[in-house]
Ligand binder design. Sequence first.
Ligand code: PGA
Length: 263
Amino acid sequence: MRRKLVVGNWKMHGSLAQNASLMNEIIEGLRPLKYADFAVCVPAPYLFQAQSLLQGTNIAWGGQNVSPYEQGAYTGAVSARMLADFGCTYALIGHSERRVLIHETNTSAAASFGMALKAGLTPIFCVGETLEERQAGVSEAVVASQMIAILNTLGLDVFSKAVQLRAVIAYEPSWAIGTGRTATPEQAQAMHTFIRGQIAERDPGVANRVRILYGGSVNPSNASQLLAMPDIDGGLIGRCSLNPNEFIAICRAASEIGSQMAG
Ligand code: PGA
């Protein structure tokens, strides 16, 4: 059984004061939830604050990006080891905003994935198509090429390490991110099945265990339906992760489904 995982992606939002109040509220709200895993991916300057407040709670924390390089003259970049230094469990890799706005490529995202594994972080590898790609009927090909970049760049060995660190995939069609336009549960389920199938071609055991999150305008009204789909193992939540009540409601939906699965 795959435990549901809900991850908040704060993006470039927050301040020390706002974060403290948000984290204190979600710590309280998520404390009783036993049947799902939770995390927030925070801007790098606030990792220490996240570590201080979330240590010992049932909420893990992570970074939003990992440099494809180990260390060196890369001004402004954050390495995987730096995230690990602040107790991060997770690191988002290849989010579509970074692919589109910062021009990250499949190859650099794959290299970042390798760096995260090397530092002992659990990568949350984001894949997904644009609206034009969906309309052109090439969504699956695009997602497959984003995933295959990992194998091409890092080789087959990457699999065992990825499994050990329980690597996560997040399907985030960019047309659904921050737009209020969500993939239907059926559309998301279909792509998740495709992604799992791609992995199963190489290793069915891994495919069965890997958690595949859906991201893109998940909110308290659509969360239960999405999370109830058999291959949707959780959510990557942007906008609603900044609102404690909405984030707690989504996490509660995940835990309720988890408890039904366990029960
Ligand atoms: P959204 O963002 O929930 O605001 O659509 C999701 C994401 O980009 O991770």
